[in-house]
Design a binder for this molecule. Structure first.
Ligand SMILES: *Cc1c(COP(=O)(O)O)cnc(C)c1O
Length: 404
């Protein structure tokens, strides 16, 4: 039995009030809240064993290094990654995508093609546009449908021996659509193209098996999976990480430095120049343990129930339109009330203590497709409840009354 009462007790922030009302936090697609164990891990690091890692002979440095490398192993196991050195710590998804895009600048030429999807977050669009400007490669876009899913027939027709790289998100942050990444990956591999999957929106909902997916790169952020901000993961197959040049020069990423020539360190250090977010990496590991302790099967089932219930109740309100109606969907509802601006709805919900996101959700091409400036987005996590859905629905009814 899924016990939201005891789960909610793990999250101190969920006990607080906003504008005099109990907080109803439904902005989980932007960032998740943090359980006490993660907060404790951060305090514990700075209180007890703060030290720089990898270089020190002293006890604190050893302790910090061990915990940091343990976190890397936890991430490796969680995602079923073959080798721990294929896990590169980054500052987040955006950083990880930029690292790969930057690396491919030396591998692409004019006439090569790279493929993105119409459902992407800006951070999985802009770095590739910059790459194409630098190299003369051409950016093709997999079109989307009215349901907010990808047109897979068009994708199949786009692939050719010119295709070098495909980058698509696992789950759309704006609509909640789960993309058929197994097919996307296997089809790209048929033409020897590499694939990067942006998993920022997926990893709080599902547990991807990266060996089974046979994906070349997979990136995610800790802060959307109950971990802290400022830390994330770049997974790359060893062969690719060896091929790509380092992203930043500095300490930790070298084997030997002279003014004539520098040789780079082995993986993962080649991509980890400078002092990293040590405490963030350690807390990322703790967050992964926490999520596994709850269990992804239970998380998926509970979130699916919330999604189904909220969708049903929302559609009872006349004039509501939901964007993103594909069959494969996670617990994100993007919607508008007829003739009412999303920002106004969000403002009224905030007065009632309900946190939702409004606007374009860093995915303007999707909004352009639907010819709207933005949506109201309610995104649910495993610690949300049916009672909170009821509060949301009555808040929306109130907003509608006040605004129409
Ligand atoms: C949140 C998000 C990003 C950006 O992640 P950052 O943590 O801000 O770097 C990229 N893609 C998707 C699908 C996201 O949901």
């Amino acid at each position: 039995m899924f016990n939201t009462t005891s789960i909610r007790a793990d999250f101190p922030i969920l006990q607080r009030k906003v504008n005099g009302k109990p907080l109803v936090y439904l902005d989980n697609a932007a960032t998740s809240q943090k359980p006490q164990v993660v907060i404790d891990a951060i305090v514990e690091y700075y209180s007890n064993y703060n030290a720089n890692i990898h270089r020190g002979v002293h006890a604190l440095s050893q302790e910090a290094t061990d915990k940091y490398e343990e976190a890397r192993q936890k991430i490796q196991q969680h995602f079923n990654i073959t080798k721990a050195h294929e896990v590169i710590f980054t500052s987040g998804t955006t950083h990880a995508i930029n690292m790969v895009a930057n690396g491919f600048a030396s591998l692409l030429r004019k006439g090569d093609e790279v493929i993105v999807s119409a459902l992407e977050h800006h951070s999985n669009i802009v770095p590739w546009q910059m790459l194409c400007e630098k190299t003369g490669a051409k950016l093709l876009v997999i079109p989307m449908t009215q349901e907010g899913t990808l047109d897979m027939k068009a994708y199949a027709e786009m692939l050719s021996d010119k295709t070098k790289l495909v980058f698509v998100n696992h789950i759309s942050n704006a609509l909640g659509t789960i993309n058929p990444i197994e097919t996307i990956i296997s089809k790209a591999h048929q033409v020897d193209a590499a694939v990067l999957i942006d998993g920022a929106q997926a990893c709080s909902h599902i547990k991807p098996d990266l060996q089974a997916l046979n994906v070349d790169f997979y990136v995610t952020s800790a802060h959307k999976m109950c971990g802290p901000t400022g830390v994330g993961m770049l997974y790359g197959k060893e062969e690719w990480l060896k091929k790509l040049p380092p992203y930043q020069g500095g300490g930790e990423m070298i084997a030997e430095v002279t003014f004539e020539k520098t040789t780079y360190a082995d993986l993962p250090h080649k991509f980890e120049a400078g002092t990293p977010n040590i405490c963030g990496g350690i807390a990322f590991g703790v967050a992964i343990d926490y999520l596994n302790h709850i269990g992804f099967k239970a998380i998926e089932a509970h979130e699916h129930e919330l999604l189904t219930y909220a969708t049903k109740e929302l559609l009872k309100i006349p004039g509501t339109r939901i964007y993103g109606t594909g069959k494969e969907k996670t617990s994100v509802i993007s919607f508008n009330l007829e003739n009412i601006h999303s920002y106004d709805v969000g403002t009224i919900l905030d007065k009632l203590g309900i946190a939702v996101r409004t606007g374009h959700h860093c995915a303007q091409p999707i909004m352009n497709y639907f010819n709207i400036p933005g949506t109201v987005r309610a995104s649910f996590a495993f610690y949300n409840t049916k009672e909170e859905v009821d509060v949301l629905i009555s808040g929306i009814k109130k907003a509608k009354q006040m605004l129409s």
